[in-house]
Ligand binder design. Structure first.
Ligand code: AHR
Length: 645
């Protein structure tokens, strides 16, 4: 029985409660939302990110080693490129010979100095020499659809043609264009529209050469003509439509760890992501791959406007990702960073007569964009960060009092001295990744959360442990968690599930909201939970009394502990699992390996926990003394009624 007392109103529900958070992770943008079909179009992807050297020792978990799919020994250096020209290969046949190499001489643009040098040394009558791009794990070509091709060439002793082809997995040509008179010692731009006469999700793109000689290639780009809202340099229609259909109140962008960078120099820079796409030098994502920045600052703001969402821009405040290098730019060097973010804001909302507003107008958008929020860094804690936050807060508010300025880590993660150091903030961004069962065991987490002069933005949340790649259990946990936020919307005014998008060919995070490959896309159940709540926006909580008949001899919640850590370099000390006052498990130290236990029985060998027997999950309490990120406890409820606002 559920009794609703309409006369007893609780907290109003924030209209901005449900937004989205886009990050360049798991190829969510490059090879995902950004519709470009050519991987490594500028031949820049073997470049070492700025501020890093080969012996700097930065280590990156490239492909979810912490989620069990890979071992720590599989970790790579961030700039350990697979080849000098990732995603490109040379193919020869019929006795022809040739070679390809990277070339730094006479670049098309100094921002992107590399080009691909193709040397056709012998061709013969039936010979074939071509360079092949594999796309992002295949190029999804659709029968009857058209594709906009752009590439640049310069040549030496080359009198032949260049043929651009879409080639099916079976080797058949699906569409082609022959470019004649390509000979030019200076860079020449070539464009064409290719029409596909068959469908193939695993097509490749090829450029072949009809005579011996030398040809340089740069910025080879192929876009479907049909993009979201038909925009040039646009977004993949199916993925953008999912996001639009969610009716998010806002979009947080572009990270996450992506914002932090593996070094402060290689962290995203909004100015580098503006203007002609050929000149954008790209950003190295800490998730182990390059973004071309084609989906740049302007495109992000445009997308927010296109889907009727407010924009939240997260910027690097002079701190590199703690897990990679953790470097803080010195206080004396912070002024240019403040100037830079003030410029970014002016670009978004300044009058078109202002310096950066004028550039926005020149780029085709005289009216201001819907930027309402800025966030100072991502997941940074401690007094050092708090002091830095204050400087940014004051500078931004002095110029733009209408903007909401968000602190990068929520209250539950901050120590009292840190909280005391922050003089003022509009919101604290608290992240909440939880194991299966947590949302049920802690259904009252936000009911009991300390209220003071702060508001929370739960900028990243998900049930992402013990649920595979996301299943019904995950969705029920998420729904429970989300309703806890709605019920406490006096405290939590904004939230966004994370991560949003996952290209299943290159997963960096275990559970994501929307999964896709080169052709198909699929939104998980949690997506529909959020969609439903956005389509049926609650205004105010009403007092409800839920009476569930219970068998008091059985626990209300039977579950267990799901504990995992992605901080594989951390050491955890004095860990105990206690049941009914008895210590079930004790370890002085766990380190250097992902660990994850979910009920059943465990044994500890070499300071690592291993599950030796499957559930049923025991009721247990995990006590901790020195976790720096997670505290997990499990409680059993035996109550029949559940009163809640
Ligand atoms: O959402 C994935 C990652 O989780 C984000 O990059 C980071 O902010 C958080 O730790």
């Amino acid at each position: 029985t559920i009794i609703v007392d309409a006369a007893k109103t609780g907290a109003p529900v924030s209209k901005e409660l449900h937004g989205i958070f886009f990050e360049e992770i798991s190829h969510g943008g490059e090879g995902g939302l950004y519709a470009e079909l050519i991987q490594n179009r500028g031949f820049e992807e073997s470049r070492i990110p700025e501020g890093c050297t080969l012996d700097s020792g930065f280590i990156i978990p490239p492909r979810t080693p912490h989620f069990g799919s890979e071992k720590v020994s599989d970790w790579k250096m961030p700039f350990e490129a697979k080849s000098d020209y990732p995603a490109w290969t040379l193919t020869t046949g019929g006795g022809a010979t040739g070679k390809i190499s990277l070339d730094l001489s006479d670049p098309l643009y100094k921002e992107n100095p590399r080009s691909l040098k193709v040397e056709v040394t012998r061709l013969g009558k039936t010979g074939k020499v071509a360079v092949v791009n594999e796309g992002f794990w295949g190029i999804n070509v659709q029968q009857g659809e058209t594709y906009a091709l752009t590439f640049y060439t310069r040549t030496q002793n080359y009198t032949g043609n260049i043929t651009a082809r879409l080639v099916g997995g079976d080797g058949k040509t699906l569409g082609e264009k022959v470019f004649e008179n390509v000979n030019s010692k200076d860079w020449k731009k070539l464009t064409a529209t290719l029409r596909a006469d068959a469908t193939d999700a695993k097509a490749t793109f090829q450029l072949s050469f009809s005579k011996p000689g030398k040809v340089w290639l740069d910025f080879v780009s192929l876009f479907p003509t049909k993009t979201f809202k038909g925009r040039q340099n646009g977004l993949r229609a199916d993925l953008a439509q999912y996001l639009a259909d969610l009716k998010p109140a806002f979009v947080r962008w572009p990270g996450g760890c992506f914002v932090e960078g593996i070094s402060t120099q290689s962290a995203p820079n909004w100015k580098r992501s503006l203007g002609p796409v050929e000149q954008r030098s790209g950003t190295y994502s800490p998730w182990g791959y390059w973004s071309s920045d084609g989906l740049g600052y302007h495109e992000f703001l445009q997308f927010c406007e296109d889907i009727g969402a407010k924009a939240m821009y997260v910027f690097n405040c002079g701190v590199a990702c703690e897990m990679r290098s953790g470097v803080y730019v010195e206080d004396k060097d912070v002024t240019p960073i403040i100037t830079d973010i003030l410029h970014a804001i002016e670009y978004a909302i300044g009058p078109k007569e202002s310096e950066w507003g004028a550039l926005r107008a020149k780029n085709g958008h005289p009216e201001p964009f819907p930027l309402h929020y800025v966030e100072v860094g991502n997941e940074q804690v401690g007094e050092k960060y708090a002091k830095r936050f204050n400087v940014f807060y004051d500078a931004i508010k002095a110029r733009y009092p209408q903007l909401q300025v968000v602190a990068a880590m929520g209250i539950a993660h901050l120590s009292k001295p840190t909280i005391a150091t922050i003089s003022k903030m509009d919101m604290a961004d608290e992240h909440a990744y939880k194991a299966a069962g947590w949302a049920m065991a802690y259904a009252d987490w936000y009911d009991k959360y300390e209220r003071k002069d702060w508001k929370l933005y739960v900028g990243e949340y998900a049930c992402n442990s013990g649920v595979g790649t996301g299943n019904m259990t995950a969705a029920l946990n998420d729904a429970t968690f989300i309703l806890g936020m709605e019920r406490n919307s006096d405290l939590i005014t904004m939230s966004s599930y994370a991560p949003l998008l996952e290209n299943v060919h290159d997963t960096d995070w275990p559970v994501n909201l929307i999964r896709f490959d080169e052709a198909k896309s699929f939104a998980r159940i949690s997506y529909y939970t959020i969609k439903m709540l956005n389509e049926n926006k609650a205004t105010v909580n009403l007092a409800t009394n839920v009476n569930v008949p219970v068998d008091a001899s059985k626990p209300f919640f039977e579950g267990g502990i799901g504990l995992s850590t992605w901080d594989t370099q951390a050491e955890y000390k004095d860990i105990e699992i206690v049941k009914d006052g008895n210590v079930l498990y004790k370890s002085e130290s766990l380190k250097g390996q992902d660990w994850n236990f979910e009920g059943g029985e465990w044994s500890a060998q070499n300071n690592m926990l291993t599950q030796t027997k499957d559930g049923p999950w025991p009721l247990a309490v995990l006590k901790e003394k020195s976790f720096d990120r997670y505290v997990l406890k499990l409680k059993a409820r035996k109550t029949g009624g559940y009163n809640a606002f």
